[in-house]
Write a protein that binds this ligand. Structure first.
Ligand code: ADP
Length: 305
C-alpha cells in the first residue's frame, strides 16, 4: 500500500503546553484515517501541521512525498482542507464561492457538479448564512473538493449536527472514499470513528495511546465480546457457575434474570456459547465491544466526562 502521509516524532509546544508529544504514524492511499480523542487531545494541531498551516516544534511530516514545511506549494495543489463554515464570504453565493475557489487551482471541478453531489444545487444562488447546520457542513466539505484533491482533511466534520444530518455526512465521506481519495478526519465521536474509519489513532494529551485497523482496535479492549442472555425463573446453578467461569458476569441493573457475560477472547467465546445454551435461555445475543469500551480501558474515562 502506498503511503501518502508520513509523520515521524512530531512535537508541537505552545509555551507551557505540549499539544503534540512525539507522535508517529502513516496514512495509506485510499483509506479513511481517523484521529480520535477528546477536546484538547492534540488532533487539530496535528492536522494543521500536516496541512502546512502550523510549524512543528520538531519532527518530520511528509505528504505525498513532499516535506510539509519546505514544499507546501506542491502539497496544497493536491490536498483539500475543510474550513469551518464561518470562514466563508457572507456576500457571495455558494456557486460564486466555488467559482472563486476554482480560480486558485489549475485542476478544477464544475461547481454545479459539486453542489449536486451534496444535494445543494437548489441553493446555488443562496448565501452560506441561509443554510442549515447540516447544509453548511456539506458545503464546507464539498468546497474542499474543488481541486479534485488526492487527500481530504476534515476537522470534526459533524460536530454540532443532529443524528440525521450526521448520517448524511457519513454517506458523503464514504462517497469521497469510494472515489479513491484518502480521507483524514478528526472526531470525538466514538461511533463516528467506528462507522467511517479504516484505521484509527486514539490520542490523549498529545500522545497516541493506540492505533490500528478499527476492528483490531476494538478487539484490543479487555473484553472484546459479550453474550447477553435472559433466563427463566428456574436457573440450573451448576450450569450457571460454568458460564460464570468463562468471563465477567454482570446482572443488568433492574432486570432480574438478564445477564451480560463479558469475554476476553474468541476461545472463551467458543467455550461459553454452548454453556449458555445449556441454560436454555429465553433470549441470547452475542455482541462485540465498541471503541468506547476500549477508550474506557485505555483512559479510565468516557469522552465528555
Ligand atoms: P483537539 O483538536 O484534540 O481538541 P488541539 O490540537 O486543538 O486539540 O489542542 C491541543 C492543546 O493545545 C490544547 O491544550 C489546546 O489548548 C492547546 N492549543 C491549541 N492551539 C493553541 C494555540 N494557538 N496556542 C496555545 N495553545 C494552543
Amino acid at each position: 500500500m502506498k503511503r501518502v502521509i508520513e509523520v515521524k516524532n512530531l512535537v508541537k509546544k505552545y509555551s507551557k503546553t505540549t499539544a503534540v508529544d512525539s507522535i508517529s504514524f502513516e496514512v495509506f492511499q485510499g483509506e479513511v484515517f481517523g484521529l480520535l480523542g477528546e477536546n484538547g487531545a492534540g488532533k487539530s494541531t496535528t492536522l494543521e501541521i500536516i496541512e502546512g498551516l502550523r510549524r512543528p516544534t520538531s519532527g518530520e511530516v511528509k505528504v505525498l512525498g513532499f516535506d510539509a514545511q519546505s514544499q507546501k506549494k506542491q502539497i496544497k495543489k493536491k490536498i483539500g482542507v475543510q474550513l469551518q463554515s464561518s470562514a466563508y464570504y457572507n456576500f457571495l453565493t455558494l456557486k460564486e464561492i466555488l467559482n472563486l475557489f476554482c480560480t486558485f487551482y489549475e485542476s478544477k471541478t464544475e461547481p454545479m457538479d459539486l453542489l449536486r453531489m451534496v444535494n445543494l444545487e437548489e441553493k446555488a444562488n443562496a448565501y452560506v448564512n441561509s443554510l442549515s447546520g447540516g447544509q453548511k457542513q456539506r458545503f464546507s466539505i464539498v468546497a474542499s473538493l474543488v481541486n479534485n484533491p488526492e487527500i481530504v482533511f476534515l476537522d470534526e466534520p459533524t460536530t454540532g449536527l443532529d443524528p440525521l444530518a450526521r448520517r448524511n455526512l457519513w454517506n458523503l465521506i464514504s462517497q469521497i472514499k469510494a472515489e479513491g481519495k484518502t480521507v483524514v478526519l478528526t472526531t470525538h465521536y466514538m461511533e463516528e470513528a467506528e462507522a467511517l474509519c479504516d484505521r484509527i489513532a486514539i490520542m490523549e494529551k498529545g500522545k497516541i495511546l493506540a492505533m490500528d485497523e478499527t476492528h483490531k482496535l476494538i478487539e484490543m479492549s479487555e473484553n472484546p465480546f459479550s453474550i447477553s442472555f435472559v433466563l427463566g425463573s428456574k436457573i440450573d446453578k451448576d450450569a450457571f457457575s460454568k458460564v460464570v467461569s468463562c468471563g465477567e458476569i454482570e446482572n443488568i441493573f433492574g432486570k432480574k434474570n438478564h445477564f451480560i457475560l463479558r469475554i476476553k477472547d474468541r476461545a472463551c467465546l467458543n467455550k461459553a456459547l454452548p454453556l449458555v445454551m445449556k441454560l436454555n435461555p429465553d433470549s441470547i445475543q452475542v455482541g462485540q465491544a465498541t471503541l468506547e469500551d476500549l477508550f474506557i480501558d485505555l483512559t479510565g474515562k468516557v469522552i465528555g466526562e
